[in-house]
Ligand binder design. Structure first.
Ligand SMILES: Nc1ncnc2c1ncn2[C@@H]1O[C@H](COP(=O)(O)OP(=O)(O)O)[C@@H](O)[C@H]1O
Ligand SMILES: [Mg+2]
Length: 229
């Protein structure tokens, strides 16, 4: 009998009836889904419907009240802080609406930090950081600019480079271009999805923009804590 795909190698993330409430608020009312390795999944739906809660639960950041989350066949919903930190450092990348760059560091420092934390020697870390910044369209002249001197679009490009530099298996993005105008947003997302595809990175992204969801392999709509059929 089929084991619901838990062990099949093409499923990288699986959620099994996950629920989460904040007091009386039912943020997730029982969500089950499977994400294939290399897939680009867009999560859409109205504000407050549970998209961010779902994304953070799939990433092992939020513990569901019930239900299970698997990454590569192993449970991650019950990880301790250390396990979660290791996933974040080595397997998962994150890009949020308002990027968490360190404003007083340069663009290249920001991208090198995750590699330095993983014990990669300085020279190699900076070499790889530079390659990634070039790949996302940050010119050499900008590498040594402080993050707080970059434009919104440049900041999100640097944030994408920083997420991709560890070569994550899954990249989680929550409205990554939500702070950009629609032209910049589309440019950044096109670049982002193209690089993810080139690297075989699985992408799970929350977006409000149908033009961006259109670049995904698949879209799901979350409404009132459930995935709409
Ligand atoms: N940490 C929290 N504490 C209390 N309520 C929360 C918390 N996080 C989310 N919620 C509530 O859960 C519901 C779903 O939130 P969220 O997942 O952020 O939705 P979305 O990302 O779709 O806007 C909302 O009603 C929100 O107010
Ligand atoms: Mg949200």
């Amino acid at each position: 009998m089929q084991n619901k795909g838990i062990n099949s190698s093409d499923v990288i993330i699986k959620a099994d009836d996950i629920k989460k409430s904040y007091g009386e608020t039912h943020a997730m009312r029982g969500i089950s889904l499977e994400i294939k390795r290399g897939e680009v999944l867009a999560i859409m739906g109205p504000s407050g419907s549970g998209k961010s809660t779902l994304l953070h639960t799939l990433a092992g950041i939020i513990k569901p009240d019930s239900g299970k989350v698997y990454f590569s066949g192993s449970r991650i919903d019950n990880l301790n802080d250390h396990g979660r930190t290791m996933l974040r450092r080595t397997k998962f990348g994150f890009v949020f609406q308002f990027s968490q760059l360190v404003p007083e560091l340069t663009a290249i420092d920001n991208v090198a930090v995750p590699l330095l934390l993983n014990g990669i020697p300085r020279g190699e870390a900076y070499h790889r950081a530079e390659q990634w910044l070039n790949k996302v369209g940050i010119a050499d002249a900008k590498l040594n600019h402080l993050a707080n001197q970059l434009s919104g679009g440049q900041i999100q490009r640097v944030a994408i480079a920083r997420a991709m530099v560890i070569n994550p298996e899954v990249l989680f993005a929550d409205a990554p271009t939500g702070s950009l105008d629609s032209l910049n947003s589309e440019l950044v997302m096109k670049m982002f999805i193209k690089t993810a595809k080139e690297n075989g990175t699985t992408v799970v992204m929350v977006t409000h923009e149908p033009t961006i969801a259109a670049y995904a392999d698949r879209e799901i709509i979350v409404r009132d804590g459930r995935v709409e059929a």
